[in-house]
Design a binder for this molecule. Structure first.
Ligand code: FE
Ligand code: FE
Ligand code: ZN
Ligand code: FE
Length: 171
């Protein structure tokens, strides 16, 4: 797709983010299953449900443009998903799984925050005020998800478990 105008670039990025959000509706439930702490599992499950709504909002934005929603492979999300898979396959303790999952999830949220920030700026530039409103709703959800994960990371104590184990070994 040739990118000669901001309209074209906006649609191109919209398709990229549409791909990412659709893929995340499948990844987040997997992360919820792997999470050891119930509060973390719940955060992933909640954000998975929220993400279904984000997919719909993007479909509404395509509609506002008079375009059929079409996804375009997001290489960034593919890479982040591969890193998340690595954690899910290799983490050997509950605490390491949880902090690893949180780190992966926050990388995704930060990617989304960057993308929605740009989409909002471009939608403003293009005078797409209804699209701005929709995209801002999603941006707020991504920021809230990120903040929630920061709180859960602060609660997680990945070194405590190790200390307990060495105490047991010493005993
Ligand atoms: Fe999202
Ligand atoms: Fe992307
Ligand atoms: Zn490795
Ligand atoms: Fe998100």
């Amino acid at each position: 797709m040739a990118l000669a105008t901001l309209d074209a670039l906006f649609e191109d990025m919209l398709r990229d983010v549409y791909y990412a959000e659709k893929k995340l509706t499948k990844i987040l439930p997997k992360m919820a299953k792997k999470a050891a702490t119930p509060a973390l599992a719940e955060a992933f499950t909640d954000h998975a449900a929220e993400t279904e709504g984000q997919v719909e909002r993007l479909e509404n934005v395509f509609e506002l443009l008079g375009k059929t929603p079409r996804a375009k492979k997001c290489e960034a999300l593919e890479g982040l998903a591969a890193e998340g898979d690595h954690i899910m396959e290799e983490a050997e303790t509950d605490a390491i799984m949880d902090v690893g999952l949180i780190a992966s999830a926050q990388a995704v949220e930060h990617y989304e925050i960057a993308r929605y920030g740009t989409l909002i700026a471009w939608a403003n530039e293009l005078g797409l005020t209804k699209a701005v409103t929709l995209l801002e709703q999603t941006l707020e959800e991504e920021k809230a998800a990120d903040e929630k994960l920061t709180g859960l990371a602060e609660d997680a104590n990945p070194t405590a478990e190790k200390k307990d184990q060495s105490a047991e070994e010493a005993a």
